[in-house]
Design a protein around this ligand. Structure first.
Ligand code: CIZ
Ligand code: SF4
Length: 319
């Protein structure tokens, strides 16, 4: 505990000295989320993280999350230094969508509008027409479908299928998945629901269709946090990364939160929904990069020039 306080004090001093602000994702540890809030930074989903950086005077943005979030911050703020606690923090969706094969795939469907999830590399974004996050994907795709556009969607196939179901849009889905949400198990979730029949089920749409089918609310991390605060239920079963429990408990301290199971019925561990890459962000790794300047994010200027357009399109649409 004393050790943690000393670490936090050192980080705060470095942030102040370097005119740096900390932006943390809801899936990072409680320590990092608390520190971001205490130091005038923010805790947010990837859409809000993207918005936040542009409204800061700070010279350095420190992004606690995974690499695509740091890249997006750099693409939108090329004049700022962007650091991450560990730039090796990748994402299984980003990994599942290599830029070259994706570009070839898009070339095969030249009459399709290319919509990519924010969880992609700068190169993939540079090949797209629209970038979306889970908080804004539905209205953007609905808008495109109303204009009669056919869509290539990448990389999350579960989110893509959910959006297709909701909007009726004509979509070709890239076959990527999130290693965290992919693991939720419907049979085990039904069993927990029998034990807690009054509970509301909150599901992030990166989850498989059979999990989404059991949901009372399907939505982005921000939407799920709002649901916990605003719904009358006392108990919630939550199918997304468990980092989100920190904020949920903060906005609704008297409600009971239950982790959706990631293992089958009868297995002992029901609580494994933790992104290994989000877990690479820690107080230690954060202090290290502030002291050394390591793990700075760089984006090739040519790629940046192209990638910024579909990201701005999203941000303008969101306003
Ligand atoms: O799963 C992720 O990485 C999410 C939910 C990102 C986001 O949109 O905040
Ligand atoms: Fe990627 Fe899933 Fe981790 Fe989010 S939780 S960063 S989608 S692997």
């Amino acid at each position: 505990r004393e050790e943690k306080e000393a670490l936090v004090a050192k980080i705060k001093e470095q942030l102040r000295r370097q005119n740096a602000v900390l932006v943390a994702h809801y899936y990072t540890s409680s320590d990092l989320q608390e520190l971001a809030e205490e130091t005038g930074g923010c805790v947010a989903d990837s859409l809000e993280m993207a918005r936040f950086g542009s409204h800061q005077d700070a010279r350095t943005l420190v992004v606690a999350g995974v690499r695509f979030m740091g890249e997006t911050a750099k693409i939108l703020n090329p004049e700022k230094r962007v650091l991450m606690p560990d730039t090796r923090a990748t994402c299984s969706l980003d990994e599942a969508c290599p830029a070259e094969s994706f570009a070839e795939f898009c070339d095969q469907h030249p009459d399709h509008t290319v919509v990519v999830y924010a969880n992609t590399s700068a190169r993939v974004k540079a090949r797209s027409d629209w970038v979306v996050t889970s908080a804004i994907a539905l209205p953007i795709v609905r808008h495109l479908a109303e204009r009669g556009e056919k869509i290539i969607w990448a990389p999350d196939k579960h989110l893509g299928r959910y959006i297709q179901d909701q909007t009726g849009a004509e979509m070709i889905l890239w076959p990527g998945t999130c290693v965290v949400h992919e693991e939720f198990k419907a049979v085990a979730l039904k069993r927990i629901l029998r034990l807690h029949p009054e509970a509301a089920v909150l599901v992030h749409p990166e989850s498989p269709a059979e999990i989404i089918a059991l949901a009372d609310v399907v939505g982005s991390t921000t939407a799920l946090i709002k649901a916990v605060a605003s719904m009358p239920h006392r108990e919630f079963i939550v199918a997304t990364d468990k980092g989100i429990f920190h904020k949920m408990q903060q906005v609704a301290p008297d409600k009971t939160l239950i982790e959706a199971p990631t293992l089958g019925v009868g297995a002992t561990c029901q609580a494994c929904a933790e992104c290994p890459w989000m877990g690479m962000n820690s107080l230690q790794s954060l202090l290290h990069v502030l002291e050394t300047g390591e793990h700075e994010i760089h984006v090739d200027p040519e790629i940046r020039e192209k990638a910024v357009l579909p990201i701005r399109r999203m941000l303008d649409f969101a306003e």
